[in-house]
Design a protein around this ligand. Structure first.
Ligand SMILES: Nc1ncnc2c1ncn2[C@@H]1O[C@H](COP(=O)(O)OP(=O)(O)OP(=O)(O)O)[C@@H](O)[C@H]1O
Ligand SMILES: Nc1ncnc2c1ncn2[C@@H]1O[C@H](COP(=O)(O)OP(=O)(O)OP(=O)(O)O)[C@@H](O)[C@H]1O
Ligand SMILES: [Mg+2]
Ligand SMILES: [Mg+2]
Lengths: 228, 228
C-alpha cells in the first residue's frame, strides 16, 4: 500500500542544511499496524508528513497504492488525503472558532457528505473517545487531552483506509491512552484499518505488529512484535 | 509559600456549568517538588493556572508568600509572575515569529535585563536542554519535543523561585524526559527551586517528593514518595 524508497528530506535555514531524513526505505502493507519510535528531533513527524502527502521529500520514491505520488497534482493529493487518510497531528490543528463537533465534521463537509449522516458519524466518533458531553466546547474550552481526543475523533469519523497518528496519546493519562489503543486495535483487526503511529511510549508502541526505530533521520532498526 | 483553601473554578457555557475544580486545599512549602496526576479533564491545568496567577478561582482563598492574591492588581500579578514564576504551558505558547533564542529571552526583556546578560542566560538555558544548535529556528522549524524544550528553557532562563510545569515531558522520548527531570531535581536540591509539575507519567511523577491525585476536579489523595 505504502512504499518509500531512498526518501530524504532536507531543510535549508540560511547557510545551514538540516538533514531531517536520510535514505529511508519503508514498506507498509494493507492491514499493518506499525509504530515509529525515536528521540526528539529524529525525523518521525517529517516521515509521517511525507507518508500523509502533507510534505514532499527532497529525493526518493513514494508509491501509494501503486501510484507515484510525485506525479500527482496538489488537488489530487488533497483528494486522496481527504478520502483515504485520517491524520492525527502532533499539535492537533483544531480550528479555534469551531466547536468539537464542527471540527470533527469538517473533513466530511469537504467530502460532500449530507448533514444528517455527518451529525451521526461525528457524534459516534466523539462518543468513542468519551467526549460526546464536550461536543459544544471550542478548543480553548477543552483540556489538552480533550483536544487530542477531538483530533483523533476527526481522523476516525470519515472511516478512512489509513490512520496516520503523530503521538496520539501524548497528552493523555494512561487509561485514556489505553482506550485509544483499544479503538485502534479493534479497527485494525475487525476492519483491516492500516495504522502508522508515531509514539515515544513503549507500551503504546507494543499495540502494533512492528516497531520502526529512527535515529538522526535514519532507520536504525525494525522490530517485529509477537502477539497472542 | 503557596496556600490554597476551598478553591473552586466553574466555567459557564450557555446554560451548562462545568465544575472544573471543587473545594481544593493545597499547601506548597519552599523547596517542595510536587507532581499532580489525574485523568484527562480532571482539572490539572486549571489548578496550575490558578497557582500561576494566570486565572482567578470562582471562590476560595489563595495566599502566595503570605499575600492574598485576589487583593493584588493585574499589573502586580504580572510582575510577580515575571520575576518569581517560570511557567511551562501544556501547549508551549511560543511566539511564532521569534526564533528559539528570542523566545527564551522574552521574559528577561520584560524584566529589563541587559542584552549581554540575556544572551548569556538564554544560551545557557538552551544548552541545558540540548538545543543550542537550534537557537535560530522558529517554532514551525522545530520538532514537537524541541518546541517543548524551548518552552522549558524559557521558564528556567530567568532563574525563578518557582517552576510550574504542565506536562513538561509530554512530547519527549524517555531519554529527553529523564534529562529534563535531572535538571529539575538538581535545581530543586542545589538551589531550593520549588517545583509543581502536572504529569500523566508515573516515572516522571516519582522524581518529586509527593504526588497529588486529582479526580473530577477534586483532590482524591496525596501520596508521599520515599527518596534515598
Ligand atoms: N474555558 C472553558 N470553558 C468550559 N469548560 C472548560 C474550559 N476550560 C476547561 N474546561 C473543562 O474543564 C475541565 C478541566 O480542564 P483542565 O484543562 O484543567 O483538565 P486537565 O486535567 O488539565 O486535562 P488534560 O490532562 O487533558 O490536560 C475539562 O473537562 C474541560 O473540558
Ligand atoms: N521547517 C524546518 N526547518 C528546519 N528544520 C526543521 C524544520 N522542521 C523540522 N526541522 C528539524 O528537523 C528535525 C526533525 O524534525 P521532526 O519534527 O521530524 O522530529 P520528531 O522526530 O518528530 O521529533 P519530536 O519527537 O520532538 O516530535 C528536527 O531536528 C527539527 O529541528
Ligand atoms: Mg514530532
Ligand atoms: Mg491539562
Amino acid at each position: 500500500l505504502i512504499k518509500l524508497q531512498g526518501i530524504t528530506r532536507q531543510y535549508r535555514l540560511g547557510q545551514v542544511q538540516v538533514d531531517a531524513l536520510k535514505n529511508i526505505d519503508l514498506l507498509v502493507e494493507e492491514g499493518d499496524f506499525i509504530s515509529i519510535m525515536g528521540p526528539s528531533g529524529s525525523g518521525k513527524s517529517t516521515l509521517l508528513n511525507i507518508i500523509g502527502c502533507l510534505d514532499r521529500p527532497t529525493s526518493g520514491i513514494y508509491e501509494l497504492a501503486g501510484e507515484r505520488v510525485e506525479k500527482l497534482s496538489d488537488s489530487k493529493l488533497a483528494d486522496i488525503r481527504n478520502r483515504f487518510i485520517g491524520f492525527v497531528f502532533q499539535s492537533f490543528h483544531l480550528l479555534p472558532d469551531l466547536d468539537a463537533q464542527a471540527n470533527v465534521e469538517l473533513p466530511l463537509i469537504y467530502r460532500g457528505m449530507g448533514g444528517r449522516e455527518r451529525h451521526r458519524k461525528s457524534l459516534a466518533a466523539l462518543e468513542a473517545v468519551g467526549l460526546a458531553k464536550r461536543r459544544n466546547h471550542r478548543p480553548s474550552q477543552l483540556s489538552g487531552g480533550e483536544q487530542q481526543r477531538v483530533a483523533i475523533a476527526r481522523a476516525l469519523a470519515g472511516e478512512p483506509a489509513v490512520i496516520l497518528a503523530d503521538e496520539p496519546t501524548g497528552a493523555l493519562d494512561s487509561q485514556s491512552g489505553r482506550n485509544i489503543m483499544a479503538i485502534f486495535q479493534r479497527l485494525n483487526r475487525e476492519q483491516g484499518l492500516t495504522i502508522v503511529q508515531v509514539t515515544h511510549e513503549e507500551n503504546i508502541a507494543r499495540h502494533g505488529h512492528k516497531v520502526i526505530h529512527l535515529l538522526d533521520g535514519q532507520l536504525e532498526k525494525e522490530e517485529a512484535l509477537d502477539h497472542p
